[in-house]
Design a protein around this ligand. Structure first.
Ligand SMILES: [Zn+2]
Length: 309
């Protein structure tokens, strides 16, 4: 892409610190980006949103709500850089004019929703430190989940994608019955909806906007989940089919055991608008960074079309 040096790292997982550095570099190079802190994690790490564009059609893409799915942060960061690069060169991105998208849409990107958990899984919490021992003590209650690789939750051992007020009680019942009835590396719904600052941050951020569509990035499975309960937002299936076509991912109903209390579930319930969980890549989480290029090329169509569809 041009002769510019690339800022975004596509070879290694993002640490929190590295993300802060690259957001600053992107902002220095592309001053039209609007970066905002939308909240803080349990351990007071900032959760940021990057806005691209000035148009009225607002959409929101989020990544790494689950700690061991951190490759999704690199995907959204790379998209920010590629979009900006196309915009300043007045070029196309996925066969659409970046300038046209910039003027008609505002793409809000939240590249790292669970910064604390990601620090753990990317091994940036020193073994034996107080924080490490805190995570380890929670994990020891669930010896079948590998540590730290199997960690999805936040610092409190709450699964942030089971925190939203969309059939939360049913999610609680299902997960408690599976044995996740206390802080855990994954699948613990918490002691109530929106008790965790990371979930509350994205919830409040969503309420402040008028998103036409959201994408919630996860790994893995190469599948797109588009449904919540009996809600059938207008065009939702149609858009899902288009996403499926441009990515090669299957379009699917959410499996019943994880069909409640997720970010996209709440969004669909609240607004009756299209919301998607994208399960990128294939394999065991955390996915190897060697998958990055395939994941990115599979998803660039979804990321571009999501803002104009
Ligand atoms: Zn996930």
């Amino acid at each position: 892409m041009g002769n510019n040096e690339q800022i975004v790292n596509t070879k290694e997982p993002y640490t929190y610190e590295h993300l802060q550095e690259d957001l600053k570099k992107l902002k220095d190079k592309y001053s039209f980006l609007q970066i905002e802190t939308i909240g803080e994690s349990v351990q007071k790490r900032a959760i940021q949103s990057v806005r691209i564009g000035t148009g009225q059609n607002e959409v929101m893409y989020s990544a790494s709500i689950h700690a061991n799915e951190y490759i999704t942060t690199n995907v959204l960061m790379k998209f920010i850089e590629d979009f900006c690069d196309a915009y300043i060169r007045d070029d196309d991105i996925f066969e659409h004019s970046a300038k046209m998208i910039f003027n008609t849409s505002s793409i809000y990107i939240v590249p790292l929703l669970n910064p604390d958990g990601v620090e753990l899984v990317t091994k940036n919490i020193k073994e034996g430190s107080q924080d490490y021992m805190h995570y380890k003590q929670i994990a020891e209650q669930f010896p079948n989940i590998s540590f730290p690789d199997g960690w999805k939750a936040n610092f409190n051992g709450v699964d942030l994608n089971l925190q939203f007020p969309a059939n939360w009680n049913e999610a609680r019942e299902i997960k408690f019955a599976q044995g996740f009835n206390k802080p855990a590396p994954r699948d613990f719904v918490g002691f109530g909806p929106l008790t965790e600052p990371e979930a509350l941050a994205i919830y409040n951020f969503t309420l402040k906007h008028n998103f036409r569509l959201i994408l919630a990035y996860h790994t893995q499975g190469e599948v797109i989940f588009w449904k919540y309960a009996n809600y059938l937002p207008k065009e939702s299936e149609e858009i899902g089919k288009t996403f499926s076509k441009v990515s090669g991912y299957d379009l699917s109903a959410t499996p019943p055991e994880s069909a409640n209390a997720g970010l996209k579930d709440w969004f669909i319930q609240q607004y009756n608008k299209p919301g998607y969980t994208i399960e990128a890549g294939l394999g065991t989480n955390p996915l190897s960074m060697a998958q990055f290029n395939k994941i990115y090329s599979d998803n660039i169509g979804i990321l571009v079309l999501g803002s104009i569809i």
